[in-house]
Design a protein around this ligand. Structure first.
Ligand code: TRP
Length: 333
C-alpha cells in the first residue's frame, strides 16, 4: 500500500525458459503495471517441486528467470522481486490454510486432475495441496489484485473461498483479492503448429528469449505457412493461421500495422517474409538477451536483488502470519 497504490501480486513458476509468446504477450505490459501498482513478483520454486526437478537445473532456471524479468523491465527498485522459498511464512501460512480447506474442494480442481493424469507415477500430496500454498502466497500480502490467465482462474477462486471462510470464523483477517485480467498483448501461436499456443513443450515451434540469432533465424525459416497457391502475405487468421501468426509476431516486434506489412511484402512471397520476421525478432530480443547475459554474469548483483526482495516481502508476510497465528489461538512465542 506504499504511496496509496493498490497492491498486486503474481507468482511465476520456474519450470521453463521464457519465450516470445510470454514476452510479446503479457510480459510487455508488466513495466506499466509496476508504475501503477505496488507489485510483488516471486519465483514459485516451492510450487515447482510438485513435479520432479533436476536440482542444478532448477537453480539455473530460477536465476535465469530472475535476470530475464529484470532485463524485460521489472526494475527491482520499483517492485518487490523475490524467491518464494526465501520467505518461509508462505509455507507456514499454507499449513494453517490446509486446515481450512476441504478435501472435496481440492479434488475438484481441474489442474490437479490434469496434472495427476500426466504424472500418474507421482501424484504427491503437494500436487493436491498446490492451490492452498498458492492461496497462502496471495493472502499473506493482502493484495487488491492478482493478475491471472485463464489457467489460474480456478486457483484464484479457491483462494477467495478460503479467505472468506477464514474471515467468516475470525473476522476480517484477509483482504479478499480480485482477479485482474491483465492486458495480454499478442497471443502468439507455435511456429510449427499454428493452431496451438506457443509453448515450451514444443521447442521446435517455440522461440526462447535466450535463443541465439542463428537458432531464431532457423526456426522462422522453417515456420509452417500454408500451401496456398497465391503464397501471398495477407492477414486471414481462419484461412492462413501460420501467416497470420507470423504477421502478428512481425507487427509486435516492429510496431507495423497489418496493412503496412501486406504492402511491404506485396508480390514477394513467403521466401522473403519468413527471414524478415526472424530478423525483426532477433533485433527486438537482442537488448533483452544481452542484458540478461550481463546480469547473469553479475551473481553478486542478482543475489543482492533477491535478498533485498525477500527481506521486504518477509516483513509484510510475517505481519500477516502473526495475526493469523494469534487468531487461531497459538500462544505467542
Ligand atoms: N500457479 C501459478 C502458475 O502456475 C504460479 C503461482 C504460484 C502464482 N503462486 C502464485 C500466481 C500466486 C499468482 C499468485 O502460473
Amino acid at each position: 500500500m506504499e504511496n496509496g497504490k493498490k497492491v498486486m501480486l503474481s507468482g511465476i513458476q520456474p519450470s521453463g525458459e521464457l519465450h516470445i509468446g510470454n514476452y510479446l504477450g503479457p510480459l510487455r505490459h508488466w513495466p506499466e503495471m509496476i508504475e501503477e501498482f505496488d507489485c510483488y513478483f516471486f519465483l514459485a520454486d516451492l510450487h515447482t517441486i510438485t513435479v520432479r526437478q533436476e536440482p542444478a537445473e532448477l537453480r539455473r532456471r530460477v536465476l535465469t528467470l530472475l535476470a530475464s524479468y529484470i532485463a524485460c523491465g521489472l526494475a527491482p527498485e520499483k517492485c518487490t522481486l523475490f524467491i518464494q522459498s526465501h520467505v518461509p511464512a508462505h509455507s507456514q501460512l499454507a499449513w494453517v490454510l490446509d486446515c481450512y480447506t476441504m478435501f472435496g474442494e481440492l479434488s475438484r480442481m481441474t489442474q490437479f486432475k490434469d496434472k495427476s493424469a500426466r504424472n500418474a507415477d507421482n501424484i504427491n500430496a503437494g500436487l493436491f495441496t498446490y492451490p492452498v500454498l498458492m492461496a497462502a502466497d496471495i493472502l499473506i500480502y493482502q493484495p487488491d489484485f492478482v493478475p491471472v490467465g485463464e489457467d489460474q482462474r480456478q486457483h484464484v477462486e479457491i483462494c477467495r473461498d478460503i479467505a472468506n471462510r477464514f474471515n467468516g470464523i475470525y473476522g476480517d483477517v484477509f483482504k479478499v483479492p480480485e482477479p485482474y485480467i491483465a492486458k495480454v498483448g499478442a497471443r502468439i501461436m507455435s511456429l510449427s503448429t499454428p493452431e496451438k499456443k506457443m509453448s515450451k513443450s514444443q521447442p521446435e515451434g517455440c522461440v526462447f528469449l535466450m535463443d541465439k540469432p542463428e537458432d531464431i533465424m532457423r526456426k522462422f525459416k522453417r515456420a509452417v505457412t500454408d500451401s496456398d497457391a497465391e503464397r501471398c502475405v495477407r492477414y486471414a487468421p481462419e484461412e492462413k493461421p501460420g501467416v497470420a501468426n507470423l504477421m502478428q509476431i512481425y507487427a509486435s516486434a516492429t510496431g507495423k500495422s497489418y496493412e503496412e506489412i501486406e504492402r511491404e511484402f506485396d508480390g514477394k512471397g513467403y521466401g522473403a517474409f519468413k527471414p524478415a520476421v526472424g530478423e525483426a525478432v532477433v533485433e527486438c530480443l537482442r537488448p533483452i538477451r544481452e542484458e540478461t547475459e550481463r546480469l547473469l554474469a553479475d551473481k553478486a548483483y542478482l543475489e543482492s536483488v533477491y535478498r533485498a526482495g525477500a527481506e521486504k516481502a518477509g516483513y509484510v508476510a510475517n505481519k500477516t502470519l502473526r495475526k493469523v497465528y494469534k487468531k487461531v489461538g497459538f500462544l505467542p512465542g
